[in-house]
Design a binder for this molecule. Structure first.
Ligand code: ZN
Length: 291
């Protein structure tokens, strides 16, 4: 605990200054800042492709409700800052007019490091889906639903959950929370068993689900997010150490352009598959995003 008021008060003027200082974060004491990554396909009530249009009014309402419930929970559980990135398809779903008043909103493409080098206390996913190829998973895909068939990290199929968890882990940041469909929850627990999760729907097939109501999903998310924030400090970061090979198999409609393998660390495997090497995840992923 730090206490800027610990010095004796000598006058009313000093007293006033010290009172103002007490409202500021204490120097040297890290803020408990949670970075929230949002997506569309894992939101309760979203089960069909056309519902994931980033400007769809119902998606906006449903995702905003879940995000704001998560922010409420994180703050109740002890976080003192929540930074929310509108991570779904072009960053066009969330708005400063409707986001939780105490949250900060990140809008736009934020590069391979996703601002993780700013040093958050924890990362959380809201509205997350599972990786490409997962069965009984609603709109499972890896980064690009129609453009990428498969993504392999050191030979293992991955999607946003594992890549982003490992990217956070590179900076020593743990993933503490995920809300999404049952398949996304399972994928999260496979790599971070003690992450707190909120399962808001169950996939029956790619475009068929049993979903909680928006109200029930928000209540569950609020409760679990509070629990997750209380676990900051006890959940270990998920790390992938050492050199990384990333293999991207595109779909036919997104075959590789001329010269795709010409840059360092890149190798064209076939018409629609590229392999990228890096000394660590950050280098490989940066090479991929800067292709
Ligand atoms: Zn996604």
């Amino acid at each position: 605990m730090c206490n800027p008021m610990r010095h004796s008060v000598k006058s009313n003027a000093i007293s006033l200054v010290l009172l103002m200082l007490s409202a500021l974060p204490c120097a040297g004491q890290p803020r408990k800042s949670v970075f929230v990554i949002t997506d569309g396909e894992g939101v309760a009530g979203i089960c069909r492709q056309e519902q994931t249009d980033p400007t769809d009014p119902e998606l906006r309402q449903l995702l905003t409700g879940e995000v704001n419930a998560a922010v409420d929970g994180f703050l109740a559980g002890g976080a003192d800052e929540v930074v929310v990135w509108d991570g779904h398809d072009g960053s066009r779903t969330l708005s400063a007019t409707t986001i939780h008043p105490r949250a900060k909103l990140v809008i736009g493409y934020i590069g391979p490091l996703m601002t993780l080098d700013r040093g958050y206390a924890a990362v959380a996913f809201v509205g997350q889906h599972s990786k490409a190829g997962t069965g009984a998973a609603i709109m499972a895909h890896s980064y690009d639903s129609l453009g990428i068939q498969n993504m392999l990290l050191n030979g293992k199929p991955v999607g946003e959950i594992e890549v982003r968890a490992a990217m956070a882990g590179h900076f020593g940041i743990p993933v503490i929370f995920l809300s999404g469909d049952r398949a996304a929850v399972t994928e999260m627990h496979d790599i971070v068993p003690d992450a707190v999760t909120a399962e808001v729907k169950e996939g029956l097939a790619r475009y068929a689900c049993i979903t909680l109501s928006a109200a029930a999903a928000r209540d569950l998310i609020r409760e679990r997010a509070a629990e997750a924030a209380r676990k900051i400090g006890s959940i270990r970061p998920y790390r992938i150490d050492g050199p990384v090979t990333l293999q991207i198999e595109y779909t036919t409609r997104t075959s590789l352009p001329v010269g795709a393998g010409a840059l360092p660390g890149r190798e064209v495997v076939d018409d629609r598959t590229i392999r990228i090497q890096g000394k660590d995840l950050v280098e490989a992923w940066t090479r991929y995003e800067e292709r």
